[in-house]
Design a binder for this molecule. Sequence first.
Ligand SMILES: [Zn+2]
Length: 81
Amino acid sequence: MELESVSASLSIEMLVDCPNDDCGGYLDLLNEKDTSDVDHNEEGNLMSQMFPKTGSHDDFTCESVVCKYCKTEFNVKGLEW
Ligand SMILES: [Zn+2]
C-alpha cells in the first residue's frame, strides 16, 4: 500500500521577555504586531541569523525593539535554541 504524502508548513517564533519588570510582556520578534509595527525581519535580518555562516547564536542581535504593551525600547542579544 502506498502512503499518502502531505506538505509540511514551518512555523517560527522568536520570543523575548520585555525587560520592563512592571510589564512582563512576551513578544515575538517576527510578529510586527508585537513590536509596535516594526518589521525587524526586513530583508531576512533575523531569519538569516538562525544559521550563522560565521560566529554563533551568541552573536544574534535585534536592535531597538519597542514593546507593544509598555513601549519600552530595548536590544536583543543572543538566540537560544
Ligand atoms: Zn513591555
